[in-house]
Structures are given as C-alpha cells and as structure tokens.
Design a protein around this ligand. Structure first.
Ligand SMILES: [Ca+2]
Ligand SMILES: [Ca+2]
Length: 315
C-alpha cells in the first residue's frame, strides 16, 4: 500500500508538472541605451527614432555628458520632440521603462517643464492620441501630469539624479498606470480599477473620454522649449501574450481574449501548439492514464482493506 501511494504521489507530481500553467515570462522586444550611436549625433534616422511628423527639426542628440549606462544618453532640450513608434504592441501587459536625469537648474520653456509623452495612436501628420503626458516641473519640483481627467496630479522627482519612469499598460483591462520611482500617479477623484487600483483607461487617454485606440503606439520625448534633461536605458517589455487555443480540432496560438472571441478553449499563456493535437484532447494522455490506473489500484486496495476490516470475526 505504501508503495502504491508513493507511486501515485510521484505520478501526481509528474502530472502537476506536465499540467503546470506556463509562467508569463517577459519578452523585451525593444530597448535602447544610446551607447552605440556616435556622440553628439542627431537621433533622427537612427535606431527607429525620428522628429515629430518625421521632421528632423524636432530631433534630440546623443551626448556623453550624463549617461546612466556609459558612454551615452539622449539629451532632450529646446526643440526636441522625438518619436519612436512601436507597431503591433496591442496585447498582453506592456511595461515601458525609462530613466530620466533631471538637473536641478532645469528651466521650463514654452510650458511648465520638460515632457515625457506616449501616444496610443500616432501617424506622421496625424491622427494622434495621447495616453501618457507627464512633465518635470522645476517650479513645483513635481513630475506632474493628467491621468484620465483634466485634473493634474504629481509626485516629487529627484533633482540631479536618475528617476525611473514606468508605464504599465494592461491591454486586456484597458488600464494604464504611470509610476515615478515606484510611486503611482493617480487622480484621486477618478474611480480606481476594481483589481488593479489607481490609474486610468488607455482608451480614454490622458484627459479621459478621448475614445482612441487601446494600443501602445509611440513614445514622445518632448522638451517643449525647456533646458536639457537626459534619458537612458529605455525598454518595452511584453507579458501575458499568446498561448495555446483549441478551436474545434484546430490549434492556434492567440491571446486568451482572442481565443474566447473565437469560441475556443484556452490552455494558458506561453503554451504552444507544437506536438499538441486538439482533436485528441478528450483522450487521456500517458500520464493521465497512469493516474487513472493508480487511482483504480488505490480504490481496489482500499476495498480489499475495508472488506478485511468488516469481515466478521471467526469464532
Ligand atoms: Ca547609455
Ligand atoms: Ca483614482
């Protein structure tokens, strides 16, 4: 009996391993540390960067003045209005990470400060839509923006220091969260998400109610006439992407919501169709057969023991 139980436990462990949902490992489809570009070169036309509307007048420059990762970072100042598009980023959870060095003598230009912006709709010449709009404001010392309404919210930034900007897009929930150095920026008057907490809808954009695409279209480093700040080590990471989906006998690899939309059965993110036959899903696998047989053995053994226990004592 002990031997049988041990074998069942082993098979259970094996079955659990085989059936274990895949861990949603992050993919980093894009990053830039600015280190491979020539010092003092214009970024327009390099590494997918371009000035607003593909106009080189709005470029930014590679500098070695203040790198986070040596030797270079990007300087955003004056006319800088630098775009990098991210086509096809519309699924899963997307984390955009950027580091910004803000000198303590930052001087605002045409507006309140030096801006970090993202669009969820971008085309050279338009249309565009803004999903993140935050700026380093030297007058208040705050990283300030609008987060789903016209009300401004802010959190202190660290002058003469590298500040971490992190934007998380929950595509399946139409939800965006912006953080600076780990602090979530949120409009307290705007209802939070039931499970994700503070933030705002991607579709509503920076002011809410914009009705734009649920997408990550571009980053836009916009100095707005301000003096220089520096960006380094930017990255875009995607989580919770596609998995195995059976639509009838057909195996396809799509996101969970896409699988649902097609009336399929979703088997988990990260699982592939390789070697998997949706047509035989109802048939137990080798490990499942093992479990079934062992369970029957255990039940049979239990029956024998019960019979033994209940056998009337002989005189
Ligand atoms: Ca660098
Ligand atoms: Ca809120």
């Amino acid at each position: 009996m002990y031997y049988v139980m041990k074998r069942v436990l082993c098979l259970c462990a094996l079955g659990a391993f085989l059936c274990m949902p895949a861990v949603a490992l992050g993919q980093v489809p894009w990053s830039d540390d600015f280190d491979s570009y020539a010092n003092d070169s214009s970024l327009h036309g390099q590494g997918g960067w371009k000035g607003w509307d593909n106009d080189p007048a709005w470029t930014g420059y590679v500098r070695d003045d203040q790198p986070k990762s040596a030797p270079h970072s990007l300087e955003s100042m004056g006319d800088t209005d630098l775009i990098h598009e991210y086509p096809g980023v519309e699924e899963g959870t997307v984390v955009y990470s950027a580091w910004a060095y803000v000198p303590d003598d930052l001087v605002p230009g045409g507006s309140d400060g030096n801006y970090f912006i993202m669009q969820n709709l971008y085309n050279d010449g338009g249309p565009y839509a803004w999903v993140v709009q935050v700026w380093f404001d030297p007058t208040t010392g705050l990283f300030t923006g609008t987060f789903g309404s016209s009300a401004e919210s802010g959190t202190p930034y660290l002058p003469n220091s590298w500040n971490h900007i992190e934007v998380t897009f929950y595509m399946y929930d139409d939800w965006v969260q912006v953080r600076l150095n780990g602090t979530l920026l949120d409009d307290p008057a705007l209802a939070d998400h039931d499970t994700l907490g503070g933030g705002y809808t991607n579709s509503g954009g920076v002011f809410g109610g914009d009705g734009s695409a649920v997408d990550v279209a571009s980053v836009d480093l916009f100095a707005f006439g301000a003096s220089e700040i520096y960006y380094d080590d930017l990255s875009l990471t995607q989580l919770d992407l596609t998995g195995r989906c059976c639509v009838g006998d057909n195996c396809i690899e799509v996101t969970g919501p896409d699988c649902d939309a097609q009336g399929g059965t979703y088997y988990g993110t990260g699982l592939t169709c390789a070697g998997f036959d949706c047509g035989t899903v109802g048939t137990p696998t080798v490990s499942e057969w093992g479990l079934i047989i062992m369970t029957l053995l255990v039940l049979t053994a239990g029956t024998v023991i019960l019979r033994h226990r209940h056998r009337p004592a002989t005189a």
